[in-house]
Design a protein around this ligand. Structure first.
Ligand code: FES
Length: 581
């Protein structure tokens, strides 16, 4: 891949915002006059790059609740560099609060972002991202407009501290859930954990989906170096915001658009980094969706090809022991990227105008216990395994670094739950016919089935087996799993049960074979029997006949395509055909 470095234009380029603010007619009067009610002097409207600051602040998105303060630092940076900052809100998805799942709204946020950018007089955009879905949603929406764009993540919370031990957000939730089931913890213990887990501003500080996606922003070249790991409350996060504000003004002057950064090479780099950090399986669907907006051909097979031999270098929960604060002090993502030097596309361009390699080649590892050298990795397999077979003709995924090694080759009897309500009703029933070597199957929790593709794939084991000391079982579903979770969990099985995928045809008592090394997921039922079951299968009733959920269910794509709405794939560009008056 060759790409020229961006150069300052010799001729000042006409700014997009000039068609709003730079005219001498009635429309310009309208555009400027009402804006002036905020106290903007007239000279701000003349020849200065207008920078949209896309803010996902919300008190019901607690991971992004500190964004108002960070936005002020971005604005200061924009002003310092001679730009005109204008902050605007978009819908925000709070992972721990929204029902039925924040993922149901990722594409709605992306639509909001896309249209908000296109409809307004922006020359460049800063994307403020944090909680899980806010990152892919903003990247997707902005990619469909393709202005000069830079991402800034809100940063992780400080390490959780509980009774003298570090605890990881999300990961502790799963551990507490199991301890409550076995009686080791009381409700009072649980309330104490809650307070100790979330003790500062920021997003989950495990290598969950938020930290993974912040690492994707950095490895894609869409964020400045160190974006992924600086804690939310560390003053260096504010400095980074200020630098982002300054840099986006330069990017507008260089016309350095998103499509020059988010190339196939950049996406491949991000996939490799995901393996090396033991990143979340959720990155699979998000990167597929982002690629779709840019017209870059990316498939599940790319994930397997690039991740298959990628060792996990980062010893962070849920796969390991440490947390994002430790990761930052150890040197953060630049150290990981430096370790991957022989694999990555070194020339991939980043938002600061330098290549990914130039940014990271001199990174220093200050703690090899947290970031292990590639010659002696923390875990041999970090990438995402893509499984195929008659149970998942379009693929399913599993995270080997979070799985139990001896279960990665396993044949067992299926115990089937037809949906989440059935699971909740029966999983802890002492009379449930289930053994430790069975395979638990959960149907109808995919993109259309739930609806919204929730993180229920790592559902808790039956209480009676937990009490006997069973810590993991093979679980298969068409759902996702939290990036903070762990277990031998097969996810994103496609096509999903609700559209008649083979997962819908599994019955309790069937035999299923999982062989991760061979990338196999096989339902040992004859084709004739499956055809007979299919003939009797009935599609579930629609969830609703109106509103966003209807639009979503009618048009959402399957997991192997990134779960974007079919009509949102691709780009509409930054042009607006008609004035408003
Ligand atoms: Fe927001 Fe984990 S709940 S990042």
């Amino acid at each position: 891949m060759s790409r020229k470095s961006p150069k300052q234009s010799k001729q000042p380029r006409k700014l997009r915002s000039e068609s709003w603010f730079g005219r001498g007619d009635r429309d310009a009067l309208v555009h400027r006059s009402w804006m002036k009610n905020q106290g903007f002097p007239h000279d701000l409207f003349i020849g200065k790059p207008v920078i949209g600051i896309c803010n996902t602040w919300s008190e019901v998105t607690p991971c992004n609740a500190h964004f108002r303060e960070l936005a002020e630092h971005i604005k200061a940076g924009v002003l310092e560099a001679g730009g005109f900052p204008l902050e605007f809100p978009v819908m925000s998805t709070g992972e721990p609060v929204m029902r039925p799942t924040a993922m149901l709204y990722r594409n709605q946020v992306a639509m909001d972002v896309e249209e908000s950018i296109r409809a307004n007089p922006f020359d460049g955009v800063v994307l403020m991202m944090g909680c899980d879905k806010t990152t892919p949603a903003l990247l997707m929406g902005a990619a469909s407009v393709d202005l000069p764009t830079i991402g800034i993540s809100g940063g992780p919370m400080l390490n959780g501290k509980f009774r003298g031990q570090d605890i990881g957000s999300g990961t502790m939730v799963w551990q507490v859930t199991e301890k409550l089931k076995t009686g080791e913890f009381t409700e009072e213990d649980m309330i104490e954990v809650e307070s100790c887990q979330s003790r500062s501003a920021g997003h989950c500080m495990t290598m969950g989906t938020a930290s993974t996606m912040a690492s994707m922003v950095e490895s894609l070249g869409m964020g400045l170096p160190t974006n992924a790991a600086i804690p939310a409350v560390d003053s260096r996060r504010k400095v980074l915001c200020r630098l982002v504000g300054r840099r986006i003004v330069e990017m507008v002057r260089e016309d350095l658009r998103m499509s020059r950064i988010l190339t196939k090479e950049a996406l491949e780099n991000a996939i490799m980094v995901n393996g090396a950090i033991g990143g979340s399986t959720n990155a699979v669907v998000h990167l597929l969706a982002i690629a779709g907006r840019l017209g870059v051909k990316l498939t599940l097979d790319d994930w397997d090809r690039l991740g298959r031999d990628m060792p996990c270098l980062v010893n962070l929960m849920p796969s390991g022991k440490y947390l994002m604060e430790d990761f930052y002090y150890a040197g953060g993502l630049p150290v990981v990227i430096r370790e991957l030097g022989k694999f990555i596309h070194r020339k991939a361009l980043t938002v600061n105008g330098r290549s990914l390699w130039e940014n990271c080649k001199d990174a220093v590892n200050y703690n090899p216990k947290v970031i292990t050298p590639i010659a002696k990795p923390f875990k041999p397999q970090g990438g995402i395994a893509v499984l195929r077979g008659n149970l998942a003709p379009d693929g399913a995924v599993l995270k080997p670094s979070a799985a139990t090694p001896k279960l990665m080759k396993h044949k067992g009897r299926a115990v089937v739950f037809t949906d989440i309500d059935d699971l909740h009703k029966r999983i802890d029933d002492p009379t449930l016919d289930v053994k430790a070597d069975d395979i638990l199957v959960l149907q109808n929790c995919g993109p259309k089935g739930y609806p919204g593709f929730p993180e229920v794939g790592n559902f808790a084991l039956p209480a009676k087996l937990l009490k006997k000391g069973v810590t993991d079982m093979v679980r298969i579903s068409d759902a996702r799993m939290s990036g903070t979770a762990y277990g031998t969990v097969v996810l994103h099985t496609s096509p999903e049960a609700a559209v008649g995928g083979p997962l819908a045809l599994v019955k309790t008592g069937d035999t299923i074979e999982l062989d991760v090394a061979k990338r196999k997921l096989v339902l040992h039922v004859s084709d004739e029997e499956l055809a007979a079951r299919r003939a009797k299968w009935k599609a579930p009733k629609p969830h609703t006949d109106r509103g966003w959920v209807k639009l979503y269910c009618d048009t959402v794509q399957q997991a192997d395509k990134g779960v974007d709405l079919d009509f949102l794939v691709g780009s509409s560009g930054a042009g607006v055909g008609r004035p408003s008056h």
